[in-house]
Design a protein around this ligand. Structure first.
Ligand SMILES: Cc1cc2nc3c(=O)[nH]c(=O)nc-3n(C[C@H](O)[C@H](O)[C@H](O)COP(=O)(O)O)c2cc1C
Length: 395
């Protein structure tokens, strides 16, 4: 398979191995990839932008604030443009910056702003590579889903033989090729995702709701789409914009969410219930706006339990639930998993770091055989990718 129509940004940082990067770009171009490049200012000391422009047949970007032209928010455009980022070579400094979220030049800012896959090819002196801080940074980034093509042992520019020699351009090229050839884990699957809160009307202007933002559910829908699935997202009211390439059905109340899910569940292979439906709804919805002078007693009744009510329609669908607990999290989540015959449940705990509206989350995954796994605190987008890969391999 070739890399035709694949868009790749090659980031080049200030290491001696930068002299090999034109060869990598040449291999990518030969395979019909569209290649753009961003260099750090240190990288330009090792290899000229003109060389990279010539092999990539595209202008190279270096400056965050170019003086010769208006660049606007070019860092955001570049963050969204490629299918893949490759940083080759990646200095110890650059890896440390990515691990700390530092954005003090164009390349580090673009990398911080992107949601696209990132492949890092470290290259440095052995002591720099084996320095526990560098190793800690690499381990941390690997946990967050950054891919690394580890350096080889060999002769280094500093006349030392040891670890730190950048993987050869041919190795990096083969790795990239394999990435694009990988069968997507949810291809041919139909995935139904619910997200966001529900609103239960009290009168025409007031409602009961909860603090769910929908971010986790939207991230899961996007990750499922990226894994090759045909995705339908049933969303309660949320300020998030509709994710591209996904059918979005907007609902308000728990009852509307139930009907939207019930209609689509039979055609689905996987249901991910990341929404926060209401547990209670007013017994009576007032037809006119209640006045302060009205005496007000709000009587509530339980809402329909969406998961339990799907039981009769269920064939072989995998069902993944979410639980939010303030106490006795694992016991409560396991009980919910059993009561609702779930394949997996994702437990959020209300801790100091609340999962609501945050872009970060940390969860405990509980499987139906009782096995549990805790994740690190990470962006919900990354967490969604990890959860989708686990869901794709559920037996
Ligand atoms: C001749 C020379 C070779 C260098 N090679 C490397 C290297 O291979 N890897 C590395 O991490 N740093 C290397 N450095 C140090 C980096 O250039 C330096 O840390 C710089 O600040 C990195 O900037 P950047 O990460 O923004 O590109 C080298 C420096 C010199 C002078």
């Amino acid at each position: 398979m070739s890399l035709k129509n694949r868009k790749i940004i090659v980031g080049i940082t200030g290491g001696i191995a930068a002299y090999k990067t034109p060869n990598l770009i040449r291999l990518l171009k030969k395979d019909e990839a569209e290649v753009r490049s961003i260099m750090t200012s240190s990288a330009t000391k090792f290899i000229t932008a003109l060389t990279i422009e010539t092999v990539s047949q595209n202008p190279v970007s270096v400056e965050m604030f170019p003086e010769d032209r208006f660049a606007g928010t070019h860092h955001i455009d570049m963050a969204d443009w490629p299918d893949l980022f490759v940083i080759a070579p990646a200095t110890a400094n650059f890896i440390a910056k990515v691990a700390s979220g530092i954005c003090d030049d164009l390349l580090s800012t673009v990398i911080c702003a992107t949601r696209k896959p990132i492949l890092i090819a470290p290259a440095m002196n052995t002591n720099m590579y084996l320095n526990p801080i560098t190793q800690k940074n690499i381990k941390f980034l690997k946990e967050l889903g950054y891919q690394f093509i580890d350096p080889n042992e060999g002769e280094l520019a500093c006349n030392v033989v040891g670890w730190g020699r950048m993987a050869e351009p041919e190795e990096i090229y083969s790795y990239i090729l394999k990435q694009f050839q990988k069968k997507k884990s949810l291809s041919n699957k139909k995935v139904l995702v619910t997200a966001g809160p529900c609103r239960e009307a009290i009168d025409p202007v007031r409602y009961i709701s909860n603090r769910s933002s929908g971010k986790m559910g939207y991230a899961l829908a996007s990750a499922a789409k990226d894994a090759g699935a045909e995705v339908t997202l049933v969303s309660g009211p949320s300020s998030l914009s509709d994710p591209s390439g996904i059918k979005v059905i907007k609902v308000e109340s728990t009852d509307e969410m139930y009907h939207a899910v019930k209609e689509r569940f039979p055609q689905s292979d996987i249901l991910i219930m990341a929404a926060a439906p209401a547990d209670f709804t007013p017994e009576i919805v007032e037809k006119r706006k209640m006045k302060k002078s009205d005496s007000m007693v709000l009587r509530l009744k339980p809402t329909i339990d969406i998961l339990s009510s799907l039981r009769r329609q269920r064939k072989n669908q995998k069902i993944i639930g979410f639980a939010l607990e303030t106490d006795r999290g694992p016991e409560n989540a396991l009980a919910k998993l059993k009561a609702k015959a779930l394949d997996m449940i994702v437990l959020n705990m209300m801790e100091k770091q609340t999962p609501f509206d945050s872009d970060l989350n940390r969860v405990t995954i509980i499987y139906k055989n009782g096995k549990t796994e805790k994740t690190a605190l990470m962006p919900k987008t990354k967490l969604a990718e990890i959860l989708i890969e686990k869901i794709a391999t559920l037996k």
